[in-house]
Design a protein around this ligand. Sequence first.
Ligand code: DLL
Length: 433
Amino acid sequence: MHPISKPDYMPIEELRKLQLQKLQKLVPYEYERVALFRRRCDETGVKPRDLVTLADLAKFPFMKKTDLRDEYPLGLTAAPMKEIVRFHCSSGTTGKPICIPNTKGDVEVWADATARCLAMYGLTDEDVLQVSYGYGLFTGGLGLHYGGEKLGCAVLPTSAGNTEKQLMLMRDLGTTAIACTPSYFLHVIEVAKKLGIDFRRDTKLRHGIFGAEPWTDEMRAKIEAESGVVAHDIYGLTEISGPGVAGDCGCGGLHVWEDHYYPEIVDPETLRPLPDGERGELVFTTLDRFGTPMVRYRTRDLTRLRPGTCPRCGRTMRVMDRVSARSDDMLIIHGVNVFPSQIETALLRIPEIAPHYQIVLTPTETLDLFEIKVELTPEAFSDNIRALEALRKRVLAAVKQIIGLTPKIILVEPNSLPRSEGKIKRVIDNRKK
Ligand code: DLL
């Protein structure tokens, strides 16, 4: 075991005690310094001293993304500017950005969390880690960079894009692990194929560290089969630090580093806390962040915390299911709730379909038009109309079986849909315009 992983196995009672101690420091700190939080607590009639047990956290008010937007740029900042060493911002999909100032300690804690993920995936100081997440206001690049350096990896900070050069450096410098969005890695695979590069034969690449967007188990299987890497999941969000809040040990879920980030699951409608095992909205309280501390931040991500200790690795930090959906990603189509990940699951079970698709919704005078553009693999692409029509019907049946609706399936040529360097946009909802 790498020394960095030691806290992962902390006995549960010790962990709960530590969490309470940290909360009893964090909550008064936030109350004293962040006016919005103080006002909300006062309106709710709760005081920091009411936090006597971990269960008391449920008495405190929530924070959400609109609070960060409303308080932009620095309304939720708790530390003086001389203690701030870095800003990260996230634009989100609409409107004003959010801005998260980090102290030196915040950056160190975040690097610790990310390094622990990397160690859990099996990386060591022998690894060459190519960081192909974007560097800049987005947390992906710098987050993995600091985590990789903390573990002692040789970090190659390529950022996203310029894929041919990425592949050259990967070969020349012996990259063993790449960190990027799963959708960008799909593009890296394609470009490698075009250049005649076989990852297994021509590179030392063994690990992919993928996150920042939902990706299904079917996508994971496809990536692993095509590239030979082990595809690891990494989760996080700017408001809570960035990548590394949780990672997977191979058990199919993600361990949350609970000594730094305290997770809760709440019912997204009633906002009541739910017990481990039940699915709902993930909420985090940061235990060690002082630049922009968060008490009960609503992530909008839907998942559940698995009860008990991980049977695969014995880490005591709770496992959450992979995040396949955000509550605000849900599409209401013809009155039915549909998550894009359900469509991805259906499509990727069909071998002739490449992992590239786009969901397009357009208003009409009657029912909204619901189309799915689906890219064919080069092998499946042909001018045999009958074969293509049969394939289209199979795709439609697979999608219909999962979502219960009948979209218009449009098979498109290989390489015709947009590719991404960062988070991919798979839904074009013209109804919102
Ligand atoms: O995406 C941080 C990150 C960078 C995570 C690199 C992993 C790797 P934001 O841009 O603030 O931060 O977006 C956070 O992205 O609330 C989820 O909805 C989604 N997300 C992040 N990781 C995953 C994942 C970064 N592994 C939002 N699976 C989160 C599914 C993810 N969704």
